[in-house]
Design a binder for this molecule. Structure first.
Ligand code: DMJ
Length: 644
């Protein structure tokens, strides 16, 4: 029907019946709704959409320059292959620390807690507000990107701490009873103090120490902040190095300038700074760490403004602009980077009471779940624009690694409620076993790399974390596979140990091969370096915790001796250029991960299991411990339910 409105004649004067008018209006409103709804399906680039559905946070997008590649590769140490990878919680977008829902069962104290729950929350809010008011200028930079944030950040730290199985401070906890192990633990503590003291003397505030030239190093991957300081906070704390910890804390409070315009890898900022500040907060209860990490979390959000929500690799924290690494295939994002955000982002939501962080990582998971996977495998490069794989290179080492790690750890961190992460992890592991896991002629189990169906019989040092990953997930797969996973984890760890014991220095190369007669040795000159990496020791630590086979402590001690002999220099620890050379040549870098990971895992290896028990904590990929959470509908409701 077409109605022409005549001037001066009202609709009622057009002779329409009431029912006709009603149908007409219904039709009209339906049409309007339909048109508006259709806008959501238009591509982001359509102008009409931008006019009607303006985004609050759109950022210019550029592709990384050659300099990025050079700077990235120059890190030598930290070539692209070092960047590891995702995870989450099914459907629910809010989590609550497991501890809050666990320990204080039905006691009078608990009932009292319940009565005052609301009151406590209010007090906490007031407290945190007044603290924020007096906080540094860094911490006042909030809210512009506070997308729908619920500002109630009344996380009850004391309740959380009371509910842990073991208190987090390691002075009285984890002390081994046998004298030899205790002595070894003390040695590791001394190494940490030595590494830290030299960093403090020669590189304070820089990202890393150059121990030969006795100066500091700022790599653009970590922004322009003191990476080694934030990375060391929890290691110093659990070792009971309190003067050193206090210096680090003071620096974070007074000098960690979150307003600096530095460009940095989203992945590195997340695993080191977000992870390091979160763990420092959970271990110590210092509110300052929480305030800092909340500000930082917000600064990462613009990186997700891509057509798919898959973040790009590099971000300018000042402007929020993000772009892809210049070396990454066709402006793609890296699996191990966008896939290594989940643990930290769930905790950001937890502390801020703002679901946005969890939503960001759940969106990534949704896409990865939906997309077709060649042979069930996840290739390393994905376009953040189209959401398609860019190449079919699959690796459990560099570019892929921590994605798989974060799947199983998301499940464990959710107090084993995140079924989706669990399913994704075990399917991925099945595909890895079917396509990548190989046995060498000499009987060594290894994980090869996969390039469009062709196997490259090489295993990177980075891939050696997988022994630990497989063992922490051994109990939760199909019951009939438990023993198989334990065996697989032990075999991989054994292979990685072989890569160490077959070298002159008893330290392992960056990558080792299983072709042309090679068995767990590097055949190329360019693969022979060791840069103080933690992955092999990380697997020893998990294997020890889950099997208590003393050989893992022995292997850890071999590594300590080799580090002391070949990597310790006058002013710190340094990587070496060739693990097969009798006379070593140092690379002049004390990597930040040596402090956060290598030395921490060694210390834990020589401690009893009640120091950061695996039931309470999961370690992020930079070895920063984060507490186990439980999924809930609403944190407030859970606080109440937990004390019923
Ligand atoms: C660490 O920074 C992290 O473990 C990361 O996931 C991969 N590489 C280094 C250490 O080798």
């Amino acid at each position: 029907m077409v109605f022409r409105k005549l001037p001066g004649v009202s609709a009622s004067g057009m002779g329409l019946r009431l029912s006709q008018k009603f149908v007409f209006l219904l039709f009209l409103s339906g049409l309007v709704t339909l048109c508006f709804g259709a806008l959501f399906f238009l591509p982001d680039s359509v102008r009409l959409k931008r006019i009607f559905l303006s985004k609050t946070e759109s950022q210019p997008v550029t592709v990384g320059s050659e300099n990025d590649v050079r700077e990235h590769l120059k890190k030598g140490a930290k070539d692209p292959e070092h960047l590891r990878g995702i995870t989450s919680a099914k459907g629910e977008t809010s989590t609550k620390l497991k501890a809050l829902g666990r320990k204080p069962s039905v006691t009078n104290e608990a009932k009292t807690d319940k009565k005052v729950a609301g009151g406590e929350a209010l007090e906490d809010m007031t407290l945190s507000r007044s603290k924020t008011d007096s906080a540094s200028k860094d911490e006042k930079v909030t809210s512009s990107s506070n997308q729908g944030a619920n500002t109630d950040t009344s996380f009850d730290y004391n309740k959380f701490k009371k509910c842990l199985l073991k208190p987090p401070l390691g002075i009285e906890h984890g002390k081994p009873s046998d004298p030899q192990t205790l002595q070894r633990r003390e040695k590791v503590k001394e190494m940490m103090k030595f590494a830290w003291d030299n960093y403090k003397s020669f590189a304070w505030g820089r990202n890393e120490l150059r121990p030969l030239t006795r100066n500091g190093h700022i790599g653009n991957m970590f922004g322009e902040w003191g990476a080694s300081i934030v990375d060391s906070l929890d290691t110093l704390y659990i070792m009971g190095l309190m003067d050193e910890y206090n210096d680090a804390k003071e620096w974070v409070e007074t000098s960690l300038d979150l307003n600096s315009n530095g460009e940095a890898s989203l992945f590195e900022v997340n695993i080191r700074y977000v992870g390091g500040l979160l763990s420092a907060y959970y271990l110590t209860g210092e509110e300052m760490f929480k305030r800092k990490v909340m500000v930082l979390g917000e600064k990462l959000l613009p990186a997700f403004n891509t057509p798919t929500g898959i973040p790009r690799g590099v971000i300018n924290l000042g402007s929020g602009t993000s772009w892809s690494w210049g070396w990454a295939s066709a402006g793609s994002s890296i699996l191990a980077e966008f896939g290594t955000l989940h643990l930290e982002f769930v905790h950001l939501s937890e502390l801020s009471n703002n679901d946005i962080y969890t939503e960001k990582v759940m969106n990534i998971r949704k896409l990865l779940n939906k997309i077709e996977k060649p042979h069930g495998l996840y290739p390393n490069f994905l376009s953040p624009v189209s959401g398609n794989w860019v190449q079919h290179h699959v690796s459990i080492g560099g570019l892929g690694d921590s994605f798989y790690e974060y799947l199983i750890k998301s499940y464990l961190m959710s107090d084993k409620t995140d079924e989706e992460a669990k399913k994704m992890y075990y399917s991925a592991l099945e595909a890895i076993e079917a396509n990548l896991v190989q046995k060498s002629p000499g009987g060594l189990t290894y994980m090869a790399e996969w390039r469009g169906g062709i196997l490259d019989h090489k295993m990177g040092h980075l891939a050696c974390f997988s022994g630990g990953m497989v063992v922490i997930g051994a109990d939760d797969g199909a019951p009939e596979k438990r023993q198989h996973y334990l065996d697989l984890a032990a075999e991989i760890t054994h292979t990685c140990h072989e890569s160490y014991s077959r070298s002159a220095t008893k330290l392992g190369p960056e990558a080792f091969r299983f072709d042309g007669g090679a068995e767990a040795t590097a055949t190329r000159l360019s693969d022979r370096y060791y840069i103080l990496r933690p992955e092999v020791i990380e697997s020893y630590m998990y294997m020890w915790r889950l099997t208590h086979d003393p050989k893992y402590r022995e292997w850890g001690w071999e590594a300590v001796e080799a580090l002391e002999q070949h990597c310790r220099v006058e002013a710190g620890f340094s990587g070496i250029r060739d693990v097969y050379a009798q006379t070593v040549s140092h690379d002049n870098m004390q990597q930040s991960f040596f402090l956060s990971e290598t030395l921490k895992y060694l210390y834990l290896l020589f401690s009893d299991d009640d120091l950061l028990p695996l039931e309470d904590w999961v370690f992020n990929t930079e070895a920063h411990p984060l507490p186990v959470t439980n999924t809930t509908v609403s944190p407030v409701i859970v606080t109440q339910v937990s004390v019923l």
